[in-house]
Design a protein around this ligand. Structure first.
Ligand SMILES: [Zn+2]
Length: 356
């Protein structure tokens, strides 16, 4: 079987367009936001999807943010579906003639979503795949009824009880840490939430084993970070989810989040991994049972150990990290105190990676 991988040139072209002066930061309900939305629709149509809004169009109005979700579908054999979602809006102009361009947040993820549609084109999976370009993810709409994904769950175009897993992407465009770190660190892609649904961890591991060079998927508990993207409403509705992210970096919500800073090889590899993941998720037997409060502690420890071991070759502080992790090794569930200690280790890794 050949390794799946996105098309770097097409990814770059889409990111450049979404981060252009014309799109002006892609705020919902603005001319730039509409231009971005039109482009997302054209890209999903160009990848061979069907329109999936209730009225037969591509667009689900989101009155609360004066925007629209863009919805496409790859039909499957069965009645059930997997959702792949990424928000395409961003923070708009900054008031000084610049804009928040939003390359990592979230043009890269939109490009990954489009590439996954291309990679799965012509495949008939057991489940349909619903591709959702969400509007209104950013403040002031975040976690309000005006958030595109909250609205999607409140007025679902497809029955929620037939969605087995929601895969959300945010901030998937950058290399982890400063330049010069080993690829095993820089290529890391966090995959959070596997503990919230039965069978998800195995699906992630099988897809990761087939991931192309350039991305290193690493499972982590979703509770190592606050809810910060479109999976929020799905989690509340007790739909199992997976959240793919490279985490926040120094350009997060700054006007310096621009296309030339992104890692296009990693983005293309991420698309290949996600296509494999969707194939795995679509093939899982039975309905996915949601696990309330489910965590992924043991896998988090394994992921941190992998990052720590690679970091240790260039940063002596990683030795402390590995020593701290050794007490958690092999434990399936951690106590509240241990979880707190693990969260401390995660922030230690974050500060090491951001050069702190
Ligand atoms: Zn975002």
């Amino acid at each position: 079987m050949t390794t799946l991988r996105g098309d770097e040139a097409r990814i770059r072209a889409l990111v450049d367009f979404l981060c252009s002066r014309e799109c002006n930061g892609r705020a919902p309900g603005t001319p730039g936001g509409r231009l971005a939305r039109d482009r997302v629709q054209a890209e999903l149509a160009g990848a061979g999807l069907e329109p999936a809004a209730p009225d037969g169009s591509w667009l689900q109005p989101v009155p609360g943010c004066d925007g629209h979700n863009v919805l496409g579908r790859l039909p499957g054999r069965g009645e059930r579906a997997i959702v792949v979602g990424a928000h395409f809006d961003h923070l708009g102009p900054d008031g000084t003639g610049e804009a928040y361009w939003g390359a990592d947040d979230n043009a890269a993820a939109v490009a990954v979503m489009v590439e996954v549609a291309h990679l799965l084109r012509g495949r008939e999976l057991e489940r349909s795949v619903l591709f959702c370009g969400f509007d209104g993810e950013e403040p002031p709409h975040f976690c309000t009824p005006g958030m595109g994904s909250v609205h999607y769950v409140a007025e679902p175009p497809f029955p929620l009880d037939r969605i087995d897993t929601m895969v959300c992407m945010d901030l998937v465009g950058h290399t982890l840490g400063p330049p010069g770190l080993p690829a095993a660190v820089g290529d890391s892609l966090m995959v959070m939430g596997a503990g919230r649904g039965e069978g998800l961890g195995g699906a992630v591991d099988r897809a990761a084993a087939r991931a192309p060079e350039g991305v290193a998927p690493r499972r982590m508990s979703c509770e190592v970070i606050p809810a910060l993207s479109d999976y929020y409403a799905f989690d509340k509705a007790q739909i199992p989810f997976l959240f793919l992210s490279c985490g926040r970096w120094e350009h997060y919500h700054e006007i310096t989040d621009t296309p030339e800073k992104l890692a296009y090889g990693k983005i293309a590899a991420t698309a290949g991994f996600l296509a494999e993941l969707v194939v795995e998720l679509a093939a899982l037997e039975g309905e996915r049972r949601y696990v309330p409060g489910g965590t992924d502690d043991a896998a988090t420890v394994v992921s941190l150990q992998a990052i720590g071991t690679a970091l240790a070759t260039v940063d002596p502080r990683a030795g402390m990290l590995l020593a701290a992790l050794s007490s958690f090794e092999g434990k399936e569930r951690l106590s509240p105190a241990e979880k707190q200690a693990l969260a401390g280790i995660v922030s230690m890794v974050e500060s090491t990676l951001s050069g702190g």
